[in-house]
Design a binder for this molecule. Structure first.
Ligand code: NAI
Ligand code: GGE
Length: 290
């Protein structure tokens, strides 16, 4: 699809990867609605664009992607203020990792509410409007290489959520295609961002009873390495993926051996196909050309 003249709604759009995607979409002629839980991040992003005489093309909304009412209202506000969106970027996310034995239900609920239900809420609240406007469009979901790479137990909440985002994106591809809406799942390796501030971004209702507050404090002290990729570079990859309707975007090749081993082992576990099994009756998988 063509990016010029569209409106993009980007969750977590005021920092890191979301902000990098925002900059590159704007540079290619899109208007932006940046949705973020952090007002300071939104103010900073708005000022960045104002300094470049682009303020009129950027609207900001403070919201929490795990709050469905706020997401529904944001869809209305986006359409009223900027039109669209034609492009939905479900990118907001946090790092909920910590030693497995310390994880509580509160940590699971928090990690899945933001990192997995966030993108689900985005699709539930925005897809019908995108379809109704009949202009086609594109949905980008930010997962992680951690969604396809075997991970250590301290990352289990994050990995479960991100694996879900990969599957979510793959599974809606056929229905979205009927309305000319493409889908992309972004699987980044390490990118320069403020994800180490995740502890500050935990919504109030998920704070009591967490077992990983000390881990969040440690994470806050972590410094961004020079070797990590710039978020605007990820933004350029997403611009290409939207133009070409590319399903998978990976930023790094560093975990290729682990991912190859994993799929190799899965395929090795599969016996030869049973030709007497009639798949047309009860099971459905998309055809190869889908
Ligand atoms: P970041 O912290 O710089 O940006 C995320 C933005 O989302 C922040 O402005 C934050 O305020 C906002 N946010 C957090 N929770 C929110 C909520 N409940 N509702 C609305 N906004 C919320 O972090 P980064 O790294 O740019 O993260 C973006 C996405 O990229 C996340 O989904 C993360 O899991 C993913 N990712 C990041 C990688 C990295 O190396 N930085 C690698 C792989 C994936
Ligand atoms: C840069 O900060 C983070 C973070 O705090 C949590 C998760 C991630 C980055 C990423 O999603 C990736 C790093 O690319 O997740 C991994 C973390 C550790 C080992 C492997 C990972 O992905 C394969």
């Amino acid at each position: 699809m063509e990016i010029a003249g569209t409106t993009a709604f980007i969750t977590g759009g005021a920092s890191g990867i979301g902000f990098g995607i925002a900059q590159r979409l704007l540079a290619n002629g899109a208007k932006l609605v940046l949705a973020d839980i952090r007002q300071d991040h939104l103010d900073e992003a708005k000022q960045f664009f104002e300094e470049r005489q682009e303020g009129r093309n950027v609207h900001t909304i403070r919201l929490d992607v795990s709050d469905r009412e706020q997401m529904r209202e944001a869809a209305k506000e986006c359409e009223a203020m900027m039109g669209g969106p034609d492009i939905l970027v479900n990118n907001a996310g946090i790092d909920p990792s910590g030693p497995f034995e310390q994880l509580t239900y509160q940590d699971w609920d928090y990690g899945l509410a933001i990192n997995l239900l966030g993108p689900i809420n985005g699709i539930m609240e925005f897809a019908s409007g995108m379809r109704r406007r009949g202009r086609g469009g594109h949905i980008v979901n930010t997962a992680s290489l951690a969604g396809v790479t075997p991970m250590m137990s301290a990352m289990v909440v994050y990995a479960v959520a991100k694996a879900g985002v990969v599957t979510l994106t793959e599974s809606i591809r056929d229905t979205m295609a009927q309305d000319n809406i493409g889908v992309t799942v972004l699987m980044p390796g390490p990118i320069k961002s403020r994800i180490h501030e995740s502890g500050q971004n935990r919504p109030e209702r998920f704070r009591d009873g967490s077992g990983i507050r000390d881990n969040e404090e440690q994470l806050a002290k972590r410094v961004v390495a020079d070797s990590w990729m710039d978020a605007t570079q990820v933004g350029d990859m997403i611009v290409d993926a939207i133009r070409n309707n590319t399903l998978y975007v990976s930023t790094h090749g560093n975990w290729k051996t682990q991912v190859t081993q994993r799929f190799h082992d899965i395929i090795a576990s599969m016996p030869d196909a049973d030709d007497s099994l009639d798949l047309s009756k009860s099971l459905s998988v998309p055809k190869k050309e889908d």
